[in-house]
Design a protein around this ligand. Structure first.
Ligand code: IFM
Length: 474
């Protein structure tokens, strides 16, 4: 499907002379963050405990032994974050709202201090001419709800819809665009399937149940939000990877299709079409999901925006006896062929192009925004204090070129958010993986724009870049 140079960081450059890459008028440029990864202030403003507080304080769960207690201290230093966004000329900021700041016990009336924090943040963004794009759930479930069964328990869907309604009631006078979930596939699989993220449960049955309850929660939340205002534009951010067979064999091709279903459609298809992908069902899965009468109708909602979180591609081989029943295995670091980031993720810009074209064709050309895309590299300040993260610039050049080709091919993409604004608490990796456009000094909590941040500002100012120009290289 791809037309680009496979695996190249800068396909446009390799293909010879090319005209300037220009993004559509009114294209949104921004950065994304998440509450637990940046806020800190975990005991302030009446905030309750989240599953990530409990998990990160459990010995051995975080590679560096850190917690998110302080993180980037954005609870106090959010004006610094807004200043960085301004410096780069961003006109959109995707952040997340911490559920336990709003409902410390996961139920009941909203905590006024929690709401006030987000009012201050939103007001600062609006004053800077930046669209606030809050995500309602980026993985920090109130611990009290986990104690009552967490995402595998159906009641959590009702609790979530109540919380969603409270948020839009409180902030809806100044926020118009919303994202419901961040990466349902990741937090259910990592959190309940393999247990490497909070709440640390490794149980296939719990994971499958959680996926269905999350789908229900999204449908319920969408309706609750819509009831508050027909003016809201409501989306969700899903994790995607273009799945490619690792060989020319038909068994690998079938395996890649099954992985596409599990990875890219498990949440999207029920939401937009009211059905789970058939080719991902093996014996026992429908029963494990505990689908009840009327569930699929409650899940199906017309999202206004599809948020695309994409980092890499999946190269797939058929596999028998895999513990998940996928009949497939996505090759990891050793098997894939492109360059790798510090996290070991393959840099493969065509994945973004290919995935967008496929989803656009399969789902009647919905409106997309890129809600996350980025890379981890540990570049630190040099003797001159500058952070020369040239590999990150190469990464963005490649993915933005691929995105531009998708737009030229007719895909409706309205905006792009780099992951992430500043180096932060990267979940089970602690602060060990740096994805930021700004460097965070985790002693002083000072932020400094990296060279990639300056380059991003240049791209935003021109609404594109010239692949042939030296000035646009870095
Ligand atoms: O940091 C995460 C983010 O919270 C969700 N998407 C992937 C990022 C990088 O791992």
């Amino acid at each position: 499907m791809s037309t680009g140079t496979r695996g190249s960081l800068v396909p446009a450059l390799e293909s010879g002379a090319m005209s300037r890459i220009a993004f559509p008028k009114a294209f949104r440029w921004g950065c994304a963050t998440a509450a637990y990864q940046i806020e800190g202030g975990v005991h302030e403003g009446g905030r309750g405990e989240s599953i990530w507080d409990r998990f990160s304080h459990t010995q051995g769960k975080i590679r560096t032994g850190e917690t998110g207690d302080i993180a980037c201290d954005s609870y106090h230093r959010f004006p610094d974050d807004v200043a960085l966004l301004r410096e780069m000329g961003c006109n959109s900021y995707r952040f997340s709202i911490s559920w336990p700041r709003i409902q410390p016990d996961g139920k009941g009336r909203p905590n006024r201090e929690g709401i006030a924090y987000y009012e201050r943040l939103v007001d600062a963004l609006l004053a800077a001419g930046i669209r606030p794009l809050p995500t309602l759930y980026h993985w920090d479930l109130p611990q009290a709800l986990e104690d009552r069964g967490g995402w595998p328990a159906r009641d959590t869907a009702h609790r979530f819809a109540e919380y969603a309604q409270q948020i839009v009631r409180s902030l809806g006078d100044r926020v118009r665009d919303w994202m419901i979930f961040n990466e349902p596939g990741i937090f259910t699989f990592f959190g309940y399937g393999i247990g490497i993220h909070a709440p640390g449960i490794a149980n296939r049955q719990a994971m499958l149940r959680a996926t269905h309850v999350v789908n229900l929660a999204q449908g319920e939340a969408f309706r609750a939000m819509r009831e508050e205002s027909g003016e809201f534009r409501i989306g969700s951010a899903f994790s995607f990877q273009a799945m490619e067979p690792a060989s020319d064999s038909s068994v690998d091709a079938d395996a890649a299709e099954r992985m596409h279903a599990w990875t890219n459609e498990w949440f999207l298809r029920p939401t937009l079409r009211g059905a789970y992908p058939e080719n991902a069902f093996e014996a026992g899965v429908p029963e494990a999901l505990d689908i009840r009468e009327g569930d699929l109708e409650r899940i199906q909602v017309p999202l206004d925006l599809i948020g695309v979180n994409l980092y890499s591609r999946g190269l797939v081989r058929a596999a028998s006896n895999d513990p998940w029943g996928w009949g497939a295995r996505v090759l990891g670091m050793g098997g894939s062929t492109g360059p790798k980031t510090d996290f070991g993720w393959e840099v493969w810009p065509d994945s973004l192009h290919d995935l967008l074209l496929r989803l656009s064709a399969d789902y009647d050309a919905p409106a997309f925004e890129i809600t996350e895309n980025g890379c981890s590299y540990a570049d630190a300040p040099g003797a001159d204090g500058k952070i020369a993260d040239l590999r990150r610039i190469a990464f963005f050049r490649g993915y933005l070129s691929a995105l531009h080709r998708a737009i030229e091919a007719g895909v409706d993409v309205r905006g792009y958010h780099a992951w992430t604004l500043l180096d932060n608490f990267e979940w089970a990796e602690g602060t060990g993986q740096r994805f930021g456009l700004a460097f965070t000094d985790f002693t002083s909590r000072d932020r400094t724009l990296k060279q990639s941040g300056h380059w991003f500002a240049h791209v935003i100012a021109q609404n594109g870049f010239d692949p042939d120009s030296e000035a646009d290289q870095a």
